[in-house]
Design a protein around this ligand. Structure first.
Ligand SMILES: [Zn+2]
Length: 337
């Protein structure tokens, strides 16, 4: 397969005119050439933090606090999950994954509720769509064993050292929420030597030093944090210290469109459009050790192709800024997964 246009090549998304050649799902060459195409070719997105299990509860709970919305066991989300049938939950997740595909997402890192059954239900929902979920089971070690890792709710909810050790012994991914409401659960989360943290809205200088020393990456979810009223993460300060990736968090609260998260992050934080695009692609891939997220020879040929000549994008003076700050689902010409 040959895809032509303005190619955002490599980890710096250098725009070149040319083509990407994909064979058997792998990028075999990236060629600079004169081509007649207004398309923009970029790596498909990696959404670094989701809870798509609550796809049954989109826009429920307007005005509720974070705890009233999502705290286990009796937050609104958990009551709605208990009330829905397995079939309804699988179908709702399936629709969300299809939308992720439509909006150019190749993979997502999911904190999956519901134990082993929850992991199986998500695998079933994702079947045949082409989007690869990286599933972090919750609640039990068995869920981790059935999944790709363990996603811990947060150090204030308990001591996760048993789950952390079990995850390490299986050589799987361990992620944990930290610093969402305040700073008190950040040090205990870092003490677990996690593969990544989620949120980090409230890091103090000591935590930033620890992040830098340990090189633990952070998945930030700025739209979610704004909606739940906990503040917004200091994206530029975090990105100065470690790898930062973007996630859309609960489908209940936010559409899982990486276009929307990128635009919000870029306009919120003092970081370049290139850096934001890296947060939406390569950095999430790095957290989960995926081979997508960058257009380079030898990488997975998972590509997002935009029409640069839509009414929305025509005439844009800076292609990377246009992709990050302006583009949306209506500009998608093709998603190659
Ligand atoms: Zn979360």
């Amino acid at each position: 397969m040959i895809v032509e246009g303005t190619v955002l090549r490599g980890p710096d998304f250098e725009p070149i005119e040319g083509r990407v050649v994909v064979e058997d799902g792998e990028i075999v060459s990236v060629e600079q050439a004169s081509v007649d195409s207004s398309r923009i070719v970029l790596p498909a997105f990696v959404n670094a933090h989701t809870h798509i299990g609550d796809s049954i509860a989109k826009e429920a709970g307007g005005g509720l606090s974070l705890d009233e919305l999502v705290a286990p066991p009796d937050g609104l989300k958990h009551r709605l999950l208990r009330a829905a049938s397995r079939e309804e939950k699988v179908e709702a997740m399936r629709r969300s994954i299809q939308f992720m595909r439509t909006t150019g997402t190749a993979s997502f890192l999911e904190f999956r509720e519901g134990g082993v059954e929850g992991v199986y239900a998500l695998r079933e929902a994702a079947e045949g769509i082409g989007v690869d979920p990286v599933i972090l089971g919750r609640e039990t070690v068995e869920a981790m064993e059935a999944a790709d890792g363990f996603g811990a709710s947060g150090a204030r909810d308990g001591d996760f050292s048993r789950e952390r050790n079990a995850t390490a012994s299986e050589d799987k991914l361990f992620g944990i929420h930290a610093g969402e409401r305040d700073a008190s659960d950040i040090n205990p989360a870092l003490d677990l030597d996690p593969d990544f943290l989620v949120h980090m809205v409230h890091p103090e200088p000591l935590h930033l030093d620890r992040l830098e020393d340990s090189a633990v990456p952070v998945a930030v979810c700025p739209r979610s944090n704004l909606v739940t009223g906990v503040g917004v993460p200091p994206i530029a300060e975090l990105a100065d210290r470690t790898t930062v990736a973007l996630g859309t968090d609960n489908v209940m609260l936010n559409s899982p469109s990486m276009f929307r998260e990128m635009e919000f992050a870029a306009k919120l934080a003092d970081v370049s459009a290139r850096e934001v695009l890296r947060m939406a692609t390569l950095n999430g891939a790095r957290i989960a050790d995926l081979d997508c997220g960058v257009i380079e020879e030898g990488r997975a040929g998972k590509l997002l192709v935009l029409d640069g000549d839509t009414d929305n994008l025509a005439g844009a003076q800076d292609v990377v800024r246009a992709v990050v700050r302006r583009a949306g689902v209506g500009d998608v010409a093709d998603v190659i997964l």
